[in-house]
Each structure stands twice: as structure tokens, then as C-alpha cells.
Design a binder for this molecule. Sequence first.
Ligand code: ATP
Ligand code: MG
Length: 113
Amino acid sequence: MKLIIAIIQPHQLEEVKDELYKVGVNLLTVNEVLGHGRQKGVTEVYRGAKETGNLLRKIRLEIAVNDNFVEPTIKAIVKGAKTGETGDGKIFVLDLQECVRIRTEERGSLAIG
Ligand SMILES: Nc1ncnc2c1ncn2[C@@H]1O[C@H](COP(=O)(O)OP(=O)(O)OP(=O)(O)O)[C@@H](O)[C@H]1O
Ligand SMILES: [Mg+2]
């Protein structure tokens, strides 16, 4: 199991969700966050709303998946989020130890999807 964390542009969220649904990823957590990449927030004034100082509004997605869903999920996020401009975002993939569906007490792969 992996935990996929993606930071994307807020205006690409709907497209990313559509691409994720197409590959069968229907469970996700969405957070509004602040951040900057290697441009330190300087060159991204074209669309991204500046929030405070040089920090820009971004969307952070958390998606827990079974191993066979890692590549489809990455490809879906890239397809939905890529504009070719700086600030398109980044994807982090972390090992995930356990997952528990509280209602049923299912664990692991069964609980994830
Ligand atoms: N190494 C990192 N650690 C933590 N957060 C990061 C990291 N890199 C990017 N981020 C987060 O992702 C957001 C988008 O990053 P961004 O796409 O600007 O990366 P970049 O490395 O500057 O690439 P680009 O040159 O394409 O802009 C940042 O605002 C920040 O919130
Ligand atoms: Mg950047």
C-alpha cells in the first residue's frame, strides 16, 4: 500500500478528480494549503492567488492506494494537473503501513478501496 500526496494548482482540481475517477480512484482527501516551489512564489503571479508573503494557495490531495493503483493514480494526476507552467505541482509516494475501515474493522487492501 502507498500513500500518494499531490500538491496541485487549485484551478486544476476538477480536472484531476475527473481523471482519477476514470481510472477507478474514488476515495480522496483534499486540503487547501499554502506553499511555494523553487521559484519561491515569485514567478507565479499569473493565475495563482497570492495568500501571504510569497506563499501561494495550493491544493493537497491524499490518496491511499493498493500497489497496482500507484502508476494509474500518478498518471491521472499528471494528466489532470499538467499545464506546462511552473507551479504545476508535485507528487510524493510514501509507503503505507496500515489502513483500517472503522465501520467494518477491515484492514489493509480490503479497507483501502
Ligand atoms: N520539495 C518539496 N517539499 C515540500 N513541498 C514541495 C516541494 N516541492 C514542491 N512543493 C509544494 O508543491 C507546490 C508546487 O511546487 P512547484 O510545482 O512549484 O515545484 P517546483 O519544484 O518549483 O517545480 P516548477 O519548476 O515546475 O515550478 C509548492 O507550492 C509546494 O507547496
Ligand atoms: Mg515552482
